[in-house]
Design a protein around this ligand. Sequence first.
Ligand code: NAP
Length: 257
Amino acid sequence: MNGCSLAQRLDGRTALVTGSTSGIGRAIAIAFAAEGAHVAVSGRDDARGAATVAAIREAGGRADFVRADLGASADAARALAGEGTRALGGRVDVLVNNAGIFPSAPTAEVDQATFDSVIATNVRGPFFLVAALAPSMAERGSGVIINIGSWISTIGLSSGALYGASKGTLEALTRGWAAEFGRSGVRINAIAPGVTLTDGTAHLQDHTRAMVDATPAGRFGTPEDVAAAAVYLASDDASFMHGSTLLIDGGALTTRA
Ligand code: NAP
C-alpha cells in the first residue's frame, strides 16, 4: 500500500475519523490509509477499534485507535480533538464527523434521553470537534472537514423526524462553517449517503428493499461507495468544493421509476 509507486491522494496527511470502528467510518479510515494518510480511528468499542487498526496495518497503512464517547459531553469531543492530534503527531489535516446514531420512533414515543443522545452524538460532538480543530487548520491555512449527513435530511420519513433534523442541522453547519473557515484555507463539505448496508442498518434491509430496487442503481449502497466520495473530498481533487453536500444514494432522492 504505502510502498506503491502510484501517487497516493492523501500521502503525508493525517486524518481523524469518528465512528470508524464500524460501517461507513471504518471504510473511510481504510480508504484514507490506502491513499497514504495516517488515520486516527475512533469510537467507543476498543475491540472493534483494534480490529480496524489491525486491518489497516496489515495492509501496510498507518493507524492508531483513540477511544471516545461523543455522546457524553462537549468535553469528550474536546478531549478527542486533543488525543487525536497527539496520536497523529501534532496535526489533524482531515476531520471526518461520521459517528452517528439513528434510532427510529414516532415523535410521541421519543423520550428525553433518546432526544438528547441523538442531538449529542449527531450534532454536539461534531460541533465541538470543529470548534477545537478548525481554528488551528485555519492558522496553518489548510485543512478539510467532512460531515456525514443523510438522504433523510432532505425528505420526511415517518419515524425519522428527529434523526432527519439532526442530519439537516449538520448539513446546515457545514454551510456555516464553510463560510466561517473557507477563506482561511479550510474546505468543509458533507456527504449525504442513501441506504447503505452496515452493522447499524442491517435490520432495515427488508423494510427498504423495494425502494432501493426502484432506484437507478438498483442496489443498496456500500460503505466503500461513501468512502470513495470521502477520499475525493479530502483530496486536492476537490479544491473547488466548499459548503456542498454530495448525495451518494444511487439516485433514490432524485428519481422515480
Ligand atoms: P454504524 O455501523 O452503526 O456505525 C456507527 C459508528 O458510530 C460506530 O463506529 C460507532 O462506534 C460510532 N458511534 C456511535 N455512537 C457513538 C458515540 N456516542 N461516540 C463515539 N462513537 C459513536 O453506522 P453506519 O451505518 O456506518 O453510519 C455511519 C454514519 O453514516 C452515521 O452518522 C449515520 O447517521 C450516517 N448514515 C448512514 C446511512 C446508512 O444507511 N448506513 C445512511 C445515511 C447516513 P462505537 O460503537 O465503537 O462507539
